[in-house]
Design a protein around this ligand. Sequence first.
Ligand code: GDP
Ligand code: GDP
Ligand code: MG
Length: 313
Amino acid sequence: MGFFDKLKLSRLKEGLSKTRENLTTKINKLVKGKTTIDDDFLEELEHILIAADVGVHPTLDIVEKISERAKKERYSSEEELNNMLIDEIQNMLADARESHVVDFEESLPEKPYVILIVGVNGVGKTTSIGKMAYNYKEAGKKVLIAAADTFRAAATEQLEIWAERAGVPMISQGQGADPASVVFDSVSSAIAKDMDVVLVDTAGRLHNKSHLMDELSKIMRVAKKKVPDAPHEVLLVLDASTGQNAINQAKEFLKAVNVTGLILTKLDGTAKGGVVIGISKELNIPVKYIGVGEKIDDLQIFDRKKFLEALLN
Ligand code: GDP
Ligand code: GDP
Ligand code: MG
């Protein structure tokens, strides 16, 4: 493992420390001194997983699998029990639909590659755009940010700060402008300037506000006028620290928008990071990125192996 990979892993570990405390420490305690699995054990395990926001269905799945295995492998050592648990949690993540996540370095299928970022207020859309812009730029790509959150005056200013930090241009039309028009301008400019990626920031919206959902459809329609396959990705941003609420929010959103991937933010400082384990299984949508802090380099590509390594070790 190279220096930067080590640094990333240690950041991830740091970011997941509260979840690790909540999940792994409790599991270790549960397993300690045990050589058999009985109903009490299974019940306690269920409590632990649910408390860590792994989700009801994924939790019941894990508990059932452990119970089945326990029947076959009746007398296990403490270590074997522990491994069995890690195994099943790993399987849970492996079951989740494999994402088409690629490194920021990899070449993109089309130019410009348009990514639309959606979600409710305050989940971390703008921050994630800043972090993504930084990562794509570092990877040598030409990035343009589209300020299609025209709802609040401060939104564009906040995005501008991120664009400056990342060292990428931004296109805006000011408060009250038609977001679709900003996107049209941005995609046109990206084509003219041979840009690789267009990141579109949008205003926070609730799935049940139909005029706001129509606005999203309009943004997509207008982007297609210039790039027929745009948006290539629609990423839904969810605040992981809201735990199961994030899943419910996503379920509602998915009814209205064709989301291609998830960004789970604010994993640092929450004990509810278990939500990442269950979410892709419950929603059948890949988690693409995770946010582990407020700084520009605090966005990581979600890699389940690394995630588990950071969580369970
Ligand atoms: P938006 O309304 O969805 O655009 O959300 P913002 O990007 O404005 O973020 C809302 C707040 O969440 C800001 O204070 C961010 O600093 C914070 N935030 C975003 N992502 C993360 C993260 O991964 N970790 C932490 N700790 N804070 C985050
Ligand atoms: P409408 O506003 O309901 O008519 O929806 P449209 O899909 O026609 O366009 C949405 C927005 O995108 C418009 O307000 C324009 O600002 C912008 N737009 C769409 N098509 C074009 C175009 O061909 N040229 C330019 N300059 N802007 C366009
Ligand atoms: Mg924002």
